[in-house]
Every structure is written in C-alpha cells, then in structure tokens.
Design a protein around this ligand. Sequence first.
Ligand code: FAD
Ligand code: DLZ
Ligand code: SF4
Length: 516
Amino acid sequence: MTIQTPAHASGRLILVLADQLSLRLSALRDANKDQDVILMAEVAEEASYVSHHKKKIAFLFSAMRHHADLLRREGWTVRYVHLDDDNNKGALPDQLHHELAVSDRSHVVMTEPGEYRLKRALLDWAEVAGVALDMREDTRFVCTHAEFQTWAQGRKQLRMEYFYREMRRKTGLLMNGDAPEGGKWNYDAENRKPAKVDLFMPQPRHVARDAITEEVLALVSTLFANNFGSLEPFWLAVTREEALLALEHFVQTALPQFGDYQDAMLTDEPFLYHSVLAQYLNAGLLDPLEICRRVERAYYDGDAPLNAVEGYIRQIIGWREYVRGIYWREMPGYTEANYFDAKRPLPAFYWTAQTDMACMAAAISQTRDHAYAHHIQRLMVTGNFAMLAGIDPHEVHEWYLAVYADAYEWVEAPNVIGMSQFADGGLLASKPYAASGNYINKMSDHCQTCRYDVKQKTGPDACPFNPLYWDFLIRNEDKLRGNPRLGHAYRTWDRMSEEKQHAYRRSAAAVLDGLF
Ligand code: FAD
Ligand code: DLZ
Ligand code: SF4
C-alpha cells in the first residue's frame, strides 16, 4: 500500500528488515541499483521488545549480515548498521531519520513489516517527520490482505479447512483440475501415529559456522548474556543457499514420514520428522511456494506418500496463510484478548525447565537448547498447560514470541492467543485444545519417566494435567458448556459422583497452589 507517493523515484532509501531477507522483496521491485541505497540495521529496540532467545538474535543478525553481502554482490549499495556501531540510533524510525538527514534522500521505500507494532511506529514516524514512506504489501505470501478479507467477509465462522481449499485452487498444488489429488482434501486422519525411538531418525541439516556467524555469536553472548536460551550448539543456516540445502535434506530424509508422525513426541528427539524450516521461511530465506512445489514434486516422483505431502502443504498454504489473515484482520487488540479472563502469572519453570512434569521439562529444555519445539509440543504441552492453569494469555504470548527462532507476531499471536489459549473466544479454532495427560501419554514417551502417574486422576501423584483439565472445563462452564464439540466432556462430568468431582477440584487447587 502506498502511504504517500514519492514526488520522484530517484535516490530513495530502501529499508530491509531482519525478516525480509529476499531478493524478490516488493520494496526492491522497481529500485535503481545506481541511485537507491538499501538500509539494514541491527537495533536495540527490535532486539529487546521481548527478551528474545539468544539463538533467535544470533540467527537473525548473522542472516542479515550475509544477506547484506549478497545484496552487495548483486550490485546494490547497502548501508548496514551494526548493533555496536557508534551511530546506531537504537530504533528503526530514529535510524531512518538519521540516515535521511546525513544523505540527501527524502523518500523511504519498504515492504510492510510483519508486526503491527513496528508498522504503526514507522507510519507514525513518517507522518510526524513529514517523510514520504512508500510501504508496500508483502508479496511473499500466497494470499493477499484483500483476498483474505473477501474470503472472510460475511462468513459466520472462519475455518481453516475452507480457506485452505481456496489456496489449493489458487496455487493448483495437488490438484487434478478442480478435484483434489487422491479424491480428498485432507488426509489428517492418517497422521496421528505415536513414534518409537529409532536409531536412524533423521536430524536437521547442521551448517558449519563461518567468520560472520562467529562474530555474531560473540556479540550476542556479551550483549544478551542474560537472555533466555543457549547459543550452543549453533547449526542453523544463515544464507539462502544453506536454507535450500536444508529443504532438500528434509525432503530426502524426513518428509516421507512427516505425516504419520506429525503429532508424536519423544523425549530425546526434538525434531522427529519435522522440517525445521519455519525460521528460514519466516526470515525470507525460503519462499512458501518454492517449498510447496518441491514437496509436491516428491509426491509425483514417488518419493513421499500423499498423506505426508498433503499434510505438509496444508501447514504452509493453509495454516500459515490463514493465521496471517486473522492477525491482520484482528489487529490491533488481538494480543489483548482474554476470553477466560485468565490472570495467573507465567510459572517460573517456563524459563528454567525445572519442573517434575517430564513432558513440560522436555518441551521447555528443547526450546532453551534449540529455540525450537514442534507444533504438538507448543500446542498440547506448554500451550495446553498454560490454558488449563489459567495463565494470563498475554504473558503466554510474550513467552512464545521470545523463545522461538521462527517467532514474529503475525504468526505467533494467532497460534498462541487463538489456537492454543482460545483467548479469542473461538474466532480461530472451533474448540479449545484442552487435553488431560491421556493425550500426552498416547502421543509420547514422556509419561514413562515422569514422577507423576498419568493413570492417577487425583491426589499428590496424579498427573497435573488430569485434575487441571476438569477444573478448566468447570471454571469456564458458562463459556464452554454450549460448545457442541465439548458436549461429551460435560456429559462425562455430569455422570461423575459429587465426591469425585470435589476430588478433581481439590487436586487442581493443590496443583495451582504449588505453581506460584
Ligand atoms: P513443520 O512441522 O515441519 O511444518 C511445516 C511448516 O508449516 C512450518 O515450517 C511452518 O511454516 C508451517 N506451519 C505449520 N503449522 C503452522 C501454524 N499453526 N501456523 C503457521 N505456520 C505453520 N509458527 C511459526 O512460524 N512461528 C511462531 O511463532 C509459531 N508459534 C506457535 C505457537 C503455538 C502455541 C503453536 C501451537 C504453533 C506455533 N507455530 C508457529 C506453528 C508451528 O508450531 C511452527 O510453525 C512449527 O513448529 C515450526 O517447525 P517446523 O518448521 O519444523 O514445522
Ligand atoms: C526480531 C528482530 C530482531 C531480534 N532484531 C531486528 C533488528 O535488529 N533489525 C530489524 O530490522 N529487525 C529485527 N527483528 C525483526 C523485527 O523485530 C520485526 O519482528 C520484524 O521485522 C517484523 O516483520
Ligand atoms: Fe506430562 Fe502428566 Fe505424562 Fe508427567 S504424567 S509426562 S505431567 S502428561
């Protein structure tokens, strides 16, 4: 979208953000390599608006520095501001102001930021400073803002599945004319198998560090010493070439079983058959359609089954695009949603992993070590626990935004506020993803080594998820009993003896007392 059209198109400053590391960026569309200057800046404000995981900061700074080198090799003039440079102004609007003042430029071009907060700050700055800011739509997505609005307009309920079908039609991915490949749109029913420890389990591709990455790691370990997370081991790709190799590695080693074990969890296998590509995709090193076309080719070449390929493509052109549509439709305000009026603070063990709950300890320690946890850990372990325990969803949101290398508000907030906490009252998901220990036991090996007993329903040794599950449903009965997808759970509660019901509530109170 153009905020103010520049009077002339020469000598512009083009701002490229840390998650816009693509040569196909809309901001570069009509740029002139001889006249325009690209600005990239590592700034304290972006590095500290939440206390990001050390690895997330190191990944982004190293990838930014490599991208600046690439742009220079492509013939661009790049002004790159390091975090510890003398004239670093600490915030993007201030840096822009400074760079415009010291050059003879008055026009700024950029691709829309992925976070409302930053978009608002830059638009406000431009207005106050009287700067012509040409802020363009981010064309790295399959669905435009206008298309999502048109799709969502007038619908009583927004549901990903219908949106996803539109995206299949739009992209032609896994389509036979108007019909979905194999006759069904969705093969999720085949994708719920628990995994077994296997010596030959694939691992994500590890990349050797170069001098740029070493320099960034030293900077982050000094300046962000108190942030959450381990810098080591650091094996992430920081260039597009390496990210493409990581995609290829995933397709060849893990994709065939991605579908079957998508929901599985194993204590010693943080990555299982997941792609571990979201941080590259969200930073701009990979393009969503290029990933999907590569994965689709694996199916047509006979290298991966349909349930895996369809499931994978659905995550990218379905969920990823859908949550982005919801974010921009609902902001501002969405990150403040609190349907259950949950007020408890986030327990300290979300930062330390010091808890006897084996599933939580595994998800949090993997998050600490890798700035990564896979979807089911985020949704059904740390997210589920926070919702059942009545943690303030805003605190939960800030934790997720900080701790994952792939986290930006446009994708994190709908997943946390909407999908995992149901704090939007059902805008994104049709029912809360609430589950007792039984679900975690079915999908993982965590309970086998846990100090708690997943089969015990109440009492000091019972799995805490068990009483919390019922306490959550009853605490929020006025808001949830009418939900047809929870009818079965409430009928089960109604059939319980009063004594059993009281035992659940007492056990839940004891768990909650012990948390804070
Ligand atoms: P895979 O399991 O290999 O999936 C493939 C790709 O599909 C991912 O790389 C991602 O781009 C996309 N994808 C899958 N599920 C989703 C989804 N629900 N929403 C959007 N994209 C999806 N994803 C982020 O990219 N950033 C976040 O900050 C983020 N926060 C989350 C918070 C919660 C509470 C939950 C439940 C999910 C969150 N997700 C987030 C979605 C998902 O968990 C991650 O995309 C995924 O775990 C990244 O690992 P992967 O690349 O191995 O994904
Ligand atoms: C997340 C992040 C971090 C840690 N640092 C920077 C930075 O120094 N410079 C920058 O341009 N962007 C950074 N980002 C990303 C932004 O905070 C923001 O999340 C995205 O640009 C939104 O699209
Ligand atoms: Fe988690 Fe409960 Fe299983 Fe322990 S028993 S690992 S707390 S689900």
